[in-house]
Design a protein around this ligand. Structure first.
Ligand code: F6P
Length: 319
């Protein structure tokens, strides 16, 4: 293999730039040519492709977003779109591809691999919803952004003795809500993976209030539904004053944490190693701090699981 491509696709995540840098530098270190494909699979279809040099990835390790831009591409879900992408790979002489993103990205990588062009997936999403890896690139940074926001909200919540319902991202997964709730001592954490007892949420709020607590924090994963609706229900049932904050896309931005930069650097380089060693259709990950790789089809067919021990602990600590 002499020429490889790299792209980022789906929702951007802090640390994607560090992963791009790692892929480019590691590939050049091994004598490969690297091509950056802009706007994910849309750029592959459109031929928005340019050669990357060592300097192309200078001064980006600390930056959020993705230097290669990103997109959610409907056309690439079709056979026609995939064939257009393959044509562009042929035209540029690209023999293998590293695709950084979430499960939609891996579906594209699987299709390209099936058409004879080896692809390796690198998990980059703030949602941490990819099986086969303990952490995805961007999760740690997003988590720290959430914690920072909640710490600020606590100040005003105490001043007014209010309950705050905070909605966090995560698509269908509750990881961001669970980790943020545990890290910030939330009264309740509401996630799609667990059936929550509304009465229990209200009881916790009332117990805290009766004990003299000056504020309460409830974290809701977006996959559960609207935090605004929940806030109205809670207001009515608990008779306490509440406010809702939806953190939204602030969670996707910002300079990546040290943990995300290191993770991205390790995973990007490992993906290059796999391509060089003749592997195809794999996803790289980290499990118990060891680099691992899995069949991408297996990953796509596996459901992500939440850590229920952590969920139980959060309940025990917020009695
Ligand atoms: O997958 C990352 C993510 O931020 C999810 O948490 C969220 O549901 C979704 O992307 C939002 O997507 P968009 O930026 O396209 O609105």
């Amino acid at each position: 293999m002499k020429k490889i491509g790299v792209l980022t696709s789906g929702g951007d995540a802090p640390g994607m730039n560090a992963a791009i840098r790692s892929v480019v530098r590691k590939a050049i270190y091994h004598g490969l040519e690297v091509y950056g494909i802009k706007y994910g699979y849309q750029g592959l279809i459109d031929g928005d492709i340019e050669k990357m040099e060592l300097g192309s990835v200078g001064d980006i390790i600390q930056r959020g977003g993705t230097k290669l831009y990103s997109a959610r591409c409907e056309e690439f879900k079709t056979e026609e779109g995939q064939l257009k992408g393959i044509e562009q790979m042929k035209k540029h002489g690209i023999e293998g591809l590293i695709a950084i993103g979430g499960d939609g990205t891996f579906m594209g990588a699987k299709k390209i691999t099936e058409k004879g062009y080896p692809c390796i997936g690198v998990p980059g999403t703030i949602d941490n919803d990819i099986p086969g890896t303990d952490f995805t690139i961007g999760f740690d940074t997003a988590l720290n952004t959430i914690i920072d926001a909640i710490d600020k909200i606590r100040d005003t919540a105490t001043s007014h003795e209010r309950t705050f319902i905070i909605e966090v991202m995560g698509r269908d997964a509750g990881d961001l809500a669970l980790w943020a709730g545990l890290a910030d001592g939330a009264e309740s954490i509401i996630i799609p993976e667990a059936d929550d007892d509304f009465e229990d949420i209200i009881d916790r709020l009332k117990r805290g209030h009766d004990r003299g607590k000056k504020h309460s924090i409830i974290i809701v994963a977006e996959g559960v539904g609207s935090a605004v609706d929940l806030g109205n229900k809670i207001d009515e049932a608990a008779g306490l004053e509440s406010r809702v904050t939806v953190l939204g896309h602030t969670q996707r931005g910002g300079s990546p944490s040290a943990a995300d930069r290191v993770l991205a650097s390790r995973l990007g380089a490992y993906a290059v190693d796999l391509l060089l060693n003749g592997h195809a259709g794999r996803m790289v990950g980290i499990q118990q701090n060891k680099l691992v790789d899995h069949d991408i089809v297996e990953i796509l067919n596996t459901k992500h699981k939440i850590d229920f021990d952590m969920y139980r602990l959060s309940k025990e600590l917020s009695i």
